[in-house]
Ligand binder design. Sequence first.
Ligand code: ZN
Length: 180
Amino acid sequence: MSDHSISIVPRLSIYPDKEIKAKAILAWLVSLDIVKPTPSDCILSSNEGYPISQGAKNVSSEPDLLPFDLLTNGLEIITERHVFHTGQNGMEVLMCPNCKHDIANEDWDFLSEWSDNKSNNLTCPLCNIATDIHKFQFIPEWGFCNLGFTFWNWPGLKNSFINDFKQILGCDINVVYTSI
Ligand SMILES: [Zn+2]
């Protein structure tokens, strides 16, 4: 089976006090026994993540499909500027807020303006206007932030849990479904 993930990502290029918020979110998830407090090799990365725990059943929309029997089952907390892309789920539509054209089929080099940290904008290759990246419409959703929370191989999350996450982050979020 190929790996997949769900990432919760603030809709802000630069999240203020990201390290403090990352710790607060981890403490919240541990308090609900959603993940375990001790990091281990449970994510698809050279870093360590926080393994799934029993309370995950309370926040999953499909608890029977939770990855308790998989090695890759944990929470990865990213605190670096990162493009949370969808992997094989791709990009069907990328709508420029200025010219309203779909630029998903153009050369994706324009994304490097953001990923290389030159600015928080994308410059549309058709109308050549630079606009904040979060004003573009990505279908399916992508995320662009220096903070994000990726659950590896978890099935769907309950809307109530996603809403709680949003409240604690205090801003709009993107929920990014990635398939490797
Ligand atoms: Zn445009």
